[in-house]
Design a binder for this molecule. Structure first.
Ligand SMILES: NC(=O)C1=CN([C@@H]2O[C@H](COP(=O)(O)OP(=O)(O)OC[C@H]3O[C@@H](n4cnc5c(N)ncnc54)[C@H](O)[C@@H]3O)[C@@H](O)[C@H]2O)[C@H](O)CC1
Ligand SMILES: [K+]
Length: 510
């Protein structure tokens, strides 16, 4: 699903008005009307006190349209105009005129804290104070209203975007309405998926307000949301007349004393994501561990006998190499890593200590083959690209890094974002149970296994991140969040593949 930018949303409005030859107020009527239907379907006339807080722009106008529809359908509605500016938008004024025709209870105007109403926990709050137009911190008294809403613990439905959240920037130290649900128009917003802003949202749903299909189909967006529909399209079906050679040979360079589990997990995941052959490269000490825990995997070991990998030498020709889980960053391993990169021509997936070694010696980044996949968690990412002021700058810096080194960055987080060639692919699968040791090692194995099978590296990164999260989503039905372990994620990889074609598409949620 495309994630439109602020400018693209305004352009989609214009395109719709032109294509349908309608005034902009029709679009507000439509958006507010659909939002009303959403509420009406759920309330079914229940006597809930609905408090609608409206700004003075078009988001506020939507609120007035919702209020009018609710009044017409007999609901108990109190409407407030949050007067943060005297510059009312034209369509806000149109919506106000229409509301005044239907009720004698005109909206109350709030101008300061003294005007605030009480909000009871059983009220339904509809937040229409700011929409995508917010471009700077709201006035202090308006932020206090956001706080009042948040402290009320009332069910809060935010229209389009929670007030106080900007669509294209993080406004520091600013209060944001905590939405129980965000009902967002036509397309989800990138801010919903970034940790600094996404934390204000429990749930979001898209409301199709019928913006111009031609525009939506042709517009190229920087960001895309990856759900089941997108993942299905990336899946490469297995061929009947195939053999293990068809699905490639993966080599995983991983493990050191006390961290052999990372090697086991990544090798198992690589096998379970469909690689034809998997070879583990590790220390000598690792041999019995690997051979007993995964008999399907072949093992090549360092000729040295130490606790860490000191040399990377093998005489097989893998299609892809995954490197990093549990390697450690011992001096001798660093040297081996550098020597390996100098001669290696095979596609790479780099994780964990491989990334740490790259961060410590940035010159090594120039040795990476084109389209290498790097899978940093936030701390590893920071070591690679430097500190960022906010999540939007993080993405910009990740984009510049990926362009400089021609690599695919898999920025792991609650919503993993794959960054490549100026595009962001935002993953929707996964859950907080995955915040457990070893789940990153599993991802490395999955991505390596997919590249081995012939998925191009970008598709492997996007599709693999989805499958990895999906396996965990299925697994928690059996384990709960707390009981989920990395090994269990591996066990559910097969289910995640099956699930691509089994269940009807549900709205990706978070
Ligand atoms: N296609 C759609 O999605 C449609 C969306 N609609 C709704 O329109 C809003 C966007 O409306 P807009 O008037 O552009 O902006 P806001 O209502 O969010 O803000 C009003 C106004 O306030 C100014 N402003 C920004 N920041 C501040 C601040 N901190 N303090 C004071 N004033 C501020 C700025 O000038 C804004 O313009 C969208 O979210 C939807 O809800 C349409 O109704 C239908 C089509
Ligand atoms: K809002």
């Amino acid at each position: 699903m495309k994630i439109l930018s602020k400018d693209q949303i305004y352009a989609a409005d214009k395109a719709t008005e032109q294509a349908e030859a309608i005034p902009s107020f029709n679009l507000m009527e439509r958006a507010g009307g659909y939002a009303f239907q959403y509420i009406h379907q759920r309330l079914q006339g229940q006597p809930v006190q609905i408090k609608i807080f409206c700004g003075i722009g078009n988001n506020g106008g939507d609120g007035l349209v919702i209020a009018r529809n609710l009044v017409e359908n007999g609901y108990s509605v109190k409407t407030y105009i949050v007067n943060y500016s005297e510059n009312r938008s034209e369509d806000f004024l149109n919506a106000l005129e229409e509301l005044k025709k239907k009720t004698t209870k005109w909206p109350e105007v709030l101008k300061s804290v003294a005007d605030f109403p009480e909000i009871a926990p059983e009220d339904l709050v509809v937040d229409c104070i700011f929409g995508i137009g917010l471009n700077r911190p709201a006035a202090v008294w308006v932020q206090q209203l956001f706080r009042l809403i948040n402290e009320s613990s009332a069910y809060t439905l935010a229209i389009d975007i929670p007030s106080g959240m900007a669509i294209d920037q993080i406004i520091p130290d600013s209060e944001v309405v905590r939405a129980t649900v965000v009902l967002t128009f036509q397309t989800p917003k990138l801010a919903f998926f970034l940790p600094q802003s996404g934390k204000y949202i429990n749930n979001w749903e898209v409301l199709d307000i019928g913006l111009d299909r031609n525009y939506l189909n042709s517009v190229k967006t920087k960001a895309q949301l990856i759900g089941k529909t997108e993942a299905q399209q990336m899946y490469r079906p297995r061929q009947k007349f195939s053999h293990k050679g068809t699905y490639g040979h993966a080599l995983l360079i991983a493990g050191s004393y006390g961290k052999m589990g990372a090697a086991v997990l990544s090798n198992k995941a690589c096998l379970s994501s469909g690689a034809g052959l998997v070879t583990a490269y590790s220390t000598r000490q690792g041999l019995p561990i690997l051979q007993t825990s995964i008999p399907e995997v072949m093992v090549v070991t360092d000729r040295h006998t130490g606790d860490f990998i000191e040399e990377i030498q093998f005489d097989i020709e893998p299609d892809v190499i995954g490197i990093g889980p549990g390697l450690g960053t011992h001096k001798s391993t660093q040297k081996a890593f550098e020597e390996f990169l100098k001669v290696n021509k095979t596609p790479l997936v780099l994780d964990a200590d491989a990334l740490n070694m790259l961060s410590e010696n940035k010159a090594l980044l120039d040795l990476l083959p084109k389209y290498s996949i790097l899978t940093p968690h936030p701390k590893e990412l920071e070591r690679l690209i430097g500190e960022w002021k906010d999540d939007f700058e993080k993405l910009e810096k990740a984009e510049a890094f990926s362009a400089k080194y021609d690599c695919i960055l898999v920025c792991k987080d609650a919503h993993t974002i794959v960054v490549f060639e100026g595009n962001y692919y935002v993953n929707t699968s996964g859950n907080p149970g995955m915040a457990t040791g070893g789940s990153g090692d599993v991802l490395t194995g999955v991505l390596t296994g997919l590249v081995a099978q012939g998925y191009d590296p970008l598709t492997a990164a996007i599709f693999g991140s989805f499958i990895h999260g999906r396996a965990a989503d299925i697994a928690i039905n059996h384990t709960g969040y707390e009981g989920l372990t990395a090994g269990v994620i591996v066990e559910f990889l097969g289910q995640a593949f099956l699930d691509l074609f089994h269940e009807p598409e549900k709205q990706p949620q978070k």
